[in-house]
Design a protein around this ligand. Structure first.
Ligand SMILES: *Cc1c(COP(=O)(O)O)cnc(C)c1O
Length: 394
């Protein structure tokens, strides 16, 4: 991208940032599907390997297509640097392996993505990394959970599926006072709706699989932040190899180009659907950050540029009624995935949160009457008609 005089807006950067044309002057970003790169001579090979000379070596840690994606996402998050990974989970693993050691301690929110909970709660303790889980919205609990060994706060906001919002600025202030790093999983909002680094977070992780791709095609992830931290993540990735493939990076670049229009449109449709659900006689409660009835509406307005595309609600009744809504749908996809242009519908208690005990589910507030919708790009009227059939049957 050539230098421009005025600073560019996010929607422009999403289309343009990071691109460097090759000798062929291609207009669309080139896909470099090659595992390794050749050198002009032995001295250059040595210089590339030692890092003395910048340039590509081997696609486990250097690939131009991956670099373009990394540069574009770093720009969108307002960050110095980005390290792309094979999936969202491997971005979280890489972050932990790079920045934490045996004996360290983490504080994390209870509402984290299921696999993240498993990673922190059952796998990392085997390597001496302990995590205390506290409520997303309870600042005192975060403060009280701090130990001398606490290295990192980890959270995801809004939470899945109940859309609880963590106050990023307030938690960043607590973390900073205790010399603790704050990492935010920004999967649900993306930089279009929320920029955690601007609010004081140290690092952002992404499941690029969701809204960054946006069309349900590939897996990917990223760690975004200042170079002094991403450098460590890069060193882990270079050695251990949970690398984003060049092909997936190329798909994700195309995803970023439409990120703003998708996020704003999906968020607007989600709001309309949430408002409709709130007035529906068969619906007991709606969870959506863009509704004034959301318990943290003021914080949402300060922290996010929209409510996002995830709407959860409880039906009057229990599991039978919730399943009836799912089984009556002909348009909505019955899948736990999210961040797609196709709207999806899931019953968290029996799918994403099915591995929790009934007691754990009750503590997390995930009842058998709860349904979660990840709103896509279909017409809201069509989504309403599809849900109405099930709600009437329920
Ligand atoms: C899906 C998801 C992940 C994991 O990402 P993968 O790309 O599936 O590995 C992490 N965090 C959140 C919030 C997610 O929704």
């Amino acid at each position: 991208m050539r230098k421009t005089e005025a600073p560019l807006s996010l929607e422009t950067l999403a289309v343009r940032a990071g691109q460097e044309r090759s000798q062929f002057n291609e207009h669309s970003e080139a896909l470099y599907l090659t595992s390794s790169f050749v050198f002009d001579n032995a001295a250059q090979a040595a210089a590339r390997f030692s890092g003395e000379e910048e340039g590509n070596v081997y696609s486990r840690f250097t690939n131009p297509t991956v670099k373009t994606f990394q540069d574009r996402l770093a720009t969108l998050e307002g960050a110095e640097d980005c390290v792309a990974t094979a999936s969202g989970m491997s971005s979280i693993l890489a972050l932990l392996m790079a920045l934490c050691s045996a004996g360290d301690h983490l504080v994390a929110s209870t509402g984290l993505f299921g696999a993240t909970q498993q990673l922190l709660g059952t796998i990392m303790p085997r390597f001496g990394l302990q995590t205390s889980f506290v409520g997303q919205t309870d600042l005192d609990a975060w403060q009280a959970a701090i130990r001398p060994q606490t290295k990192l706060f980890f959270l995801e906001t809004p939470s899945n599926p109940l859309t609880e919002v963590a106050d990023i600025s307030a938690l960043a202030a607590i973390a900073r006072r205790h010399n603790i790093l704050l990492a935010v999983d920004n999967c649900f909002c993306t930089p279009i709706l929320q920029r955690p680094l601007d609010l004081g977070a140290d690092l952002v992780v992404h499941s690029a699989t969701k809204y960054l791709d946006g069309q349900g095609r590939v897996l990917g992830g990223a760690v975004v932040g200042p170079r002094r931290l991403t450098e460590e993540v890069f060193r882990f990735l270079r050695t251990a190899g949970p690398t984003l493939s060049a092909f997936n990076a190329w798909i994700l670049l195309k995803g970023l180009e439409t990120l703003q229009i998708r996020m704003l449109a999906q968020s607007a449709k989600a709001l309309e659907l949430a408002q409709w659900l709130e007035t529906h006689p068969r619906v007991a409660r709606v969870y959506y950050p863009g509704l004034p009835s959301h318990g943290q509406f003021d914080l949402v307005r300060r922290q996010q540029k929209g409510g996002g595309a995830i709407v959860s609600f409880t039906v009057k009744g229990a599991r039978a009624e919730a399943w009836k809504v799912i089984d009556s749908c002909r348009l909505l996809s019955i899948t736990a995935n999210l961040g797609d242009t196709k709207t999806t519908l899931t019953h968290p208690a029996s799918t994403t949160h099915g591995r929790l005990t009934p007691e754990q589910r009750a503590a997390a507030g995930i009842g058998d009457d709860l349904l979660r919708i990840a709103v896509g790009l279909e017409a809201v009227a069509d989504l309403q008609n599809d849900l109405e059939r099930g709600l009437t049957a329920a």
